[in-house]
Design a protein around this ligand. Structure first.
Ligand code: FES
Ligand code: FES
Length: 151
């Protein structure tokens, strides 16, 4: 079985996995990183959203064989720095966004990536986030993104 080296939440990791195994499976089942959730497995719900070299991506849609060499993967577990929550995480708490919570790690990762590229997002920028929330927490998600952005 091939071996893959990459950076996960700031730490170097080495993992053995079949080339056609999605990264989401490796994160959850081999590395014990359970923040990214399995929802649809086909790239629609975005519950598995992580960052690959700073950009949001669906971890269920990236097979290990396609992981770029030297990739840096960040999950919700690695979003806080030195024990300080990311502004998006803090805004999520302040706005009491979560309902069942299943989609929320992916929502936060999508929002953090959006703010990294657009620090003062418009409503239409926020609308580009495609993560699905079956509980319908979209109104509070929008509020929290604006709070984190200070807009
Ligand atoms: S589980 Fe990855 S997009 Fe749904
Ligand atoms: S909070 Fe339940 S699916 Fe989003």
């Amino acid at each position: 079985m091939p071996t893959y080296d990459f950076t996960l939440n700031g730490q170097s990791v080495t993992v053995e996995a079949p080339a056609d195994m999605p990264l989401l499976w490796v994160l959850r089942d081999k590395l014990g990183i359970t923040g990214p959730k399995y929802g649809c497995g086909v790239g629609v719900c975005r519950a598995c959203t992580c960052h690959l070299d700073g950009a949001a991506f669906a971890a269920c849609q990236l097979n290990m064989g396609d992981l770029p060499p030297g990739a840096s993967v960040t999950t919700i577990e690695g979003l806080a720095t030195n024990g300080v929550l990311h502004p998006v995480q803090q805004a999520w708490i302040d706005c009491d966004v979560a309902q069942c919570g299943f989609c929320q790690a992916g929502q936060i990762m999508a929002a953090a990536a959006l703010l990294a590229s657009k620090p003062r997002p418009t409503d239409s920028d926020i609308d580009t986030i495609e993560n699905v929330c079956r509980c319908g927490s979209y109104f509070r998600i929008r509020q929290a993104i604006k709070k984190a952005a200070g807009v």
